[in-house]
Ligand binder design. Structure first.
Ligand code: HEM
Length: 373
């Protein structure tokens, strides 16, 4: 069994074998109690680019996050309101801006990582990535320079909220909503203070100058915090492990990253609620039906990790979504991943020990100890 499969089984010992079994039943299959499950990239893309499939109806991400974040936080919106908010947020994610932000926030942590590897230390890449992804999100939501301990603390708070969701969750219970609100309110307060200060060199200050209201800025900070921390932090150790396990020589870093994204699919499922009668593949669906796009099955159908593989059009970056909700943080995620991977590759790192994480939503390592080769 390869290490990636072990990660999935450690995270979802019962659900993962079932989810993989469903992949054999066709591009779209109705599963009582779960919804219409999509296992195929072309069918997934058709759903993601069709406005009849929504993120704000029954069984959608809105059901999970609206009680915590409020109704207007991009990932639970549709239509003109969603498009208008996205337009205001887009300038915050231009490749130039995010590269400069990442270079600034990660300069010291990356120098430190390079020094430790250069000295021959064994480093836990999971801990390093939690600190770095935590530091980037701290800066994004409006904290200035923060200590590694504060970055880790914030990361752990996000993890606590995300881990409330399982592959079967439809709603958070009252206690979970209270805990999640407590965390997200603290994030919102930090964001609002930075927003009110209005310093245009900060993301929150830029939101103000883009014409976002304080409530929109608070909501956006919460959405970034939930979606943009664990996804990046869990991916980098898996990327490094894949390179190690396959003895990959990296000529084209971006291509290797995309192929590792395909195999790992850090966001393993995407949910939609049917708003109007439609078809998913050959299945007729009705308003209120739930569609569960198993991105992992869609992507794994193309075989094992192979960086020389070309991704066909229907597959292209489906692990970041498609259509109106395509990941707005994609440039930021890529800038972070590239920055860390470049340092790791310059030290030609190898994996010395690892442990899979249990009870997590996104399969990953609990520890991945690496050292310079
Ligand atoms: C490896 C890293 C990441 C992956 C794999 C990823 C994946 C995704 C996917 C699949 C979606 C679409 C979900 C759907 O259609 O249901 C999405 C949306 C989103 N992502 Fe990411 N993401 C990553 C990093 C980030 C980062 C760093 C941020 C920002 C700080 C971010 C912010 C968002 C937001 C706000 C949305 C909602 C967009 C909308 O609904 O219009 N993501 N992401």
């Amino acid at each position: 069994m390869n290490h990636e499969t072990r990660l999935h089984l450690a995270a979802h010992p019962f659900a993962y074998p079932l989810v993989r079994l469903l992949a054999r039943l066709g591009p779209a299959v109705r599963v009582p109690g779960l919804g219409v499950v999509v296992n195929d990239a072309a069918t997934a893309r058709a759903v993601l680019t069709d406005a009849r499939f929504r993120k704000d109806g029954p069984g959608s991400p809105g059901d999970l996050w609206t009680p915590v974040l409020g109704p207007s936080v991009l990932l639970n919106m549709e239509g003109p309101g969603h498009a208008a908010l996205r337009r205001k947020l887009m300038p915050l994610f231009t490749p130039g801006y995010v590269s400069a932000l990442v270079a600034d926030v990660l300069r010291e942590p990356l120098d430190d990582l390079s020094l430790r590897l250069g000295r021959g230390e064994t480093v836990d890449l999971v801990d390093v990535m939690r600190t770095m992804a935590g530091a980037v999100i701290c800066r994004t939501i409006g904290l200035g320079e923060v200590s590694a301990a504060r970055a880790r603390e914030l990361f752990a708070e996000g993890e606590r909220v995300v881990s409330m969701v399982s592959l079967r969750s439809r709603r958070l219970n009252e206690r979970q909503v209270t805990v999640a609100r407590g965390v997200l309110d603290r994030i919102g307060d930090i964001a609002q203070t930075a927003y009110e200060a209005g310093d245009e060199s900060t993301v929150m200050g830029r939101m103000k100058s883009q014409g976002l209201s304080a409530a929109e800025a608070r909501g956006a900070a919460g959405a970034f915090f939930l979606t943009g921390t664990e996804t990046v932090a869990t991916f980098v150790p898996r990327l490094v492990a894949l390179l190690h396990d396959h003895g990959t020589k990296v000529d084209d870093l971006d291509r290797v990253i995309e192929e590792a994204m395909r195999v790992t699919t850090p966001t393993p499922v995407m949910l939609r609620s049917v708003g109007e009668p439609a078809h998913v593949g050959r299945l007729a669906v009705r308003p209120g039906d739930r569609v569960v796009i198993v991105t992992h099955n869609c992507a794994r159908a193309y075989g094992p990790f192979d960086p020389s593989r070309r991704h066909p059009p229907e597959l292209r970056r489906i692990w970041f979504g498609a259509g109106a909700h395509f990941c707005i943080g994609y440039p930021l995620a890529l800038a972070e991943i590239r920055a860390v991977a470049t340092v790791l590759l310059s030290h030609n790192v190898r994996v010395v020990r690892r442990r899979a994480a249990r009870g997590v939503l996104i399969p990953t390592y609990e520890h991945l100890w690496i050292t310079a080769a």
